[in-house]
Design a protein around this ligand. Structure first.
Ligand code: NAP
Length: 333
């Protein structure tokens, strides 16, 4: 198949291009080339979607069996649809679970989850504050232009080799050191993620098999304890987990999810009870497969060998030791 990946220079869209080439497809990637290099063997078309001009005009004279787009800005999505919709067999759009309006409801899926109101379809606003509303608008544009051939995937946290963020990486790094580890909240609370390679494979499978529809792209929910055990298995260590209840974690100003002094994959309940508990029965039936987290962790860690970590990201070891000491001393005060 002739496949056009809009993006292709970083993480998921690059993994899609690599996966498509490994299966023998003829792959074009179109981007500015600022986020990274296109994968070797792919044809590269220089395209700035803020100023598409000749780059998009050249693509619009071609035909593709499949297009994959990861954009978040509606005006960019609208422009490629106008140029390419009639010349394409299948269209994958990578959205996000952030399209859902209420993060407190467990068991949501595209058939029952209420969405954020969309931002204007001509919006060029890149602000993270409008991320969910922008992706809703992008999805709507895709459905109205190519709905009968569109595969819309809504990933949650994407993990694995090449991850430019540190929302997952904290745990392999921390569990590689083993010892006593601060584990936040209820060990039975559920979490979800998707490995970048599993997502890429599903997107190419969808193009090859003409899968259409809207699906959440995260693994079936797993208790946090099993997630951590899996990461530890991938690191080949046996840490001693000390589960510290949510109120105590919050009282000690540990941040959820990401950033400075945070514990990634941890979100406060009940306000985020729906964020990592999507019902993905339909996604599994539509071909999504999920590898063990031990493999994702080991491969991420290997991909980061000798690479610097941002010291501002995640809970520092010093702060973790202070909070653990306070937890153990709580009954003595
Ligand atoms: N990471 C997560 O945990 C997560 C979670 C939920 C959903 N998602 C979604 O998953 C997708 C991830 O995509 P990704 O891994 O490929 O990362 P990304 O950072 O969304 O990639 C953007 C791609 O688009 C290109 N691009 C950006 N601005 C451009 C412009 N003005 N003109 C042309 N190309 C442009 C970039 O290349 P150049 O910069 O080289 O142009 C890059 O190849 C996104 O849709 C994201 O919203 C991610």
């Amino acid at each position: 198949m002739r496949i056009l990946v809009l993006g292709g220079t970083v993480f998921l869209s690059k993994a899609v291009a690599v996966q498509a080439m490994e299966r023998g497809h003829d792959v074009t990637v179109a981007a500015r080339g600022e986020s990274g290099q296109p994968p070797q063997g792919a044809r590269f078309v220089k395209l700035d979607r803020d100023n598409p001009g000749e780059g998009l005009a050249a693509l619009s004279r071609e035909t593709f069996d499949a297009v994959v787009d990861v954009a978040r800005i509606p005006a960019q999505v609208k422009a490629v649809l106008a140029a390419l919709a009639d010349r394409v067999g299948h269209w994958s759009f990578v959205s996000t679970v952030n399209v859902y309006a209420d993060n407190s409801i467990p068991g949501q899926h595209p058939g029952n989850g209420k969405l954020n109101d969309p931002i204007d379809e001509d919006s060029t606003d890149p602000d993270i504050e409008v991320y969910g509303a922008s992706k809703v608008a992008c999805e709507n544009l895709v459905r109205s232009a190519v709905g009968d051939k569109a595969f819309i995937a809504r990933p949650g946290l994407i993990i694995g080799p090449g991850d430019p963020g540190y929302r997952f990486g904290y745990w392999p790094d921390r569990l590689a050191e083993a010892g006593e580890v601060l584990a936040p909240g209820d060990p039975q609370r559920l979490v979800q993620w998707i490995d970048v390679r599993d997502h890429a494979e599903w997107i190419i499978d969808a193009a090859e098999n003409q899968v259409v529809g809207t699906f959440d792209a995260v693994c079936p929910p797993v208790p946090f304890q099993r997630f951590l055990d899996g990461v530890a298995e991938g690191m080949g260590t046996t840490p001693e987990f000390t589960w510290v209840d949510q109120d105590f974690v919050q009282a000690h100003e540990i941040n959820p999810w990401s950033g400075e002094q945070s514990l990634p994959m941890w979100l406060p309940l009940p306000e985020y009870a729906g964020m990592l508990t999507h019902d993905v029965t339909a996604s599994v039936a539509a071909g999504m497969r999920n590898r063990p987290v031990a493999e994702s962790a080991a491969d991420w860690y290997a991909s980061m060998k000798d690479k610097p970590r941002d010291p501002q990201k995640g809970l520092t070891r010093a702060r973790e030791a202070e909070v653990l000491a306070a937890w153990h001393g709580r009954d003595k005060s």
